[in-house]
Design a protein around this ligand. Sequence first.
Ligand code: MG
Length: 288
Amino acid sequence: MNFFLIKLLISILFIFNKTDGNYCLSYKTKENDVIDSSFFLDLIKIKSNSKKSDSVFLNPKSTEIWFPEPPLVSPANKFNGVPSDAIVLFSGNDLNEWVHANGDSPMWVVQQDLFQVKPGSGDIFTKKKFGSCQIHIEFKTPSEITSKGQGRGNSGIYFMADTDPSGNQGYEIQILDSYNNRTYSNGQAGSVYKQHIPLVNASRGPGKWQSYDIIFKAPSFSESGYIDTPAYFTVFHNGILIQNNVQIQGVTKYIGYPEYKKHLPKLPIKLQDHGDKVSFRNIWIREL
Ligand code: MG
């Protein structure tokens, strides 16, 4: 065996990672970056089947990234008040600023100073439309744990989400109970879903109020429909920076890779009904 082969064998370390009960083969580089086996499988698929669209042959796991896992950070216990120029989207008692996609009043449950997802009733959208903005939102995942991974306290805040199902699906900041609940890193709380892993995991436990402060820079498109300037997110989770001006690669997708499609300069903000009783309170927004 020549020197090159020996060096290759030493420098390549295959490890098995347990992921939601399944084992997947990973590759560890000399810099200790771990690349999931699905990355290589996708490369092979792309090379062998480049004429097909991504969504034809990719499964959801193809875009899950499990490493690195963001380290835990304990947040401080204080929220800010509402700025004088903010538009209040919820301060208690009613959901007058929100609608379902069909224009009906939200069926989500209002309980004085909070409201809660009514599972199965559908997503809700702001009546007002927004482009670049700063938003503050407080949320609480269910205190009773009945599932794991993506099934635990899942919701999400989608920016520029069209109520028309054929329109723009939006750009999601994930809401999830990520307290002692491992899932793929680019799908945990505070991720730009399937695009950017949060810098740290600043999650509080289930049943505890948490906050996101999000700065969103809307994308712009050329006359001919191509992306001109992409969108960006900066996100604070419980006051801790978790996304630092990250570039959005396109509309949020569960299966396949994100891509941009020209849309209006202002669209609603959407809260996701993912089947979990996530609660919300104190939502305000400032247009930028
Ligand atoms: Mg979600």
